[in-house]
Design a binder for this molecule. Structure first.
Ligand code: TMP
Length: 209
């Protein structure tokens, strides 16, 4: 069976990872690669519906574990319906967020415990893991400033968290990164966009060539 490449983009709010996915996607197409881009939570109908529930700014009473389970449920459906079939066809799958988001946001920042959140996600994803998880690291204040400048971007329930929460997310990612350097790469997302692009390209070139 052909095997594709599963590449995940991770990071806090305003880290520029979504813009970077578009740039990398276009670059890979120009290179003649068979490639798709997708996102979590979402990417397919059922998971986009779950996304609406999770991120609805009205759902202020949502319990942390409920939130973690919904992310894991959306992840499972997206994985089986979209990611695995594409990988089986030998495609490169670029995915905006995956497991490490849950570890950093729910496991660490929400305080549910990285190991606990890993366990429910293990149930959701089985043995499927990305070939690489690229972490876009940025000072939360800078990231949030970028978001506020971009009036087209949707504001979601997690954006409304206090600055302190976003610092915890960054700390959470740092912990997850330090524990998983074999499958993660950290990129300085505060650099000029062209430089970030070059750095991400060189990571991906290392995988495809
Ligand atoms: P986005 O803004 O990158 O589309 O992500 C939506 C929000 O969901 C963002 O605030 C990060 C959050 N999130 C989690 O808290 N846990 C997860 O597992 C995922 C995938 C996203």
């Amino acid at each position: 069976m052909k095997k594709g490449l599963f590449i995940v983009f991770e990071g806090g709010e305003g880290s520029g990872k979504s813009t970077m996915i578009d740039m990398i996607y276009n670059w890979l197409l120009e290179e003649g690669r068979d490639c798709i881009k997708t996102r979590e939570p979402g990417g397919i109908e059922i998971s986009e519906k779950i996304r609406e529930v999770i991120l609805d700014t009205k759902n202020t009473s949502m319990d942390g574990r409920t939130e973690a389970l919904l992310y894991a449920a959306a992840r499972r459906q997206h994985l089986v319906e979209k990611v695995i079939p594409a990988l089986d066809l030998g495609k490169i799958v670029l995915c905006d967020r995956f497991l490490d988001s849950s570890l950093a946001y729910q496991g660490y920042a929400r305080g549910l415990g990285i190991d606990e959140v890993y366990k429910i996600n293990k149930f959701a994803i089985g043995d499927y893991m990305p070939n690489i998880s690229i972490l876009f690291d940025i000072e939360p204040e800078l990231g949030l400033e970028r978001i506020n400048k971009n009036s087209n971007r949707e504001v979601n329930r997690l954006d409304l968290e206090k600055l302190d929460f976003h610092y915890k997310v960054r700390e959470g990612y740092e912990i997850v990164y330090n524990q998983n350097k074999d499958r993660m790469v950290k990129i300085d997302a505060s650099l000029p966009i062209e430089q970030v692009f070059e750095n991400v390209k060189s990571v991906i070139n290392g995988l495809i060539n």
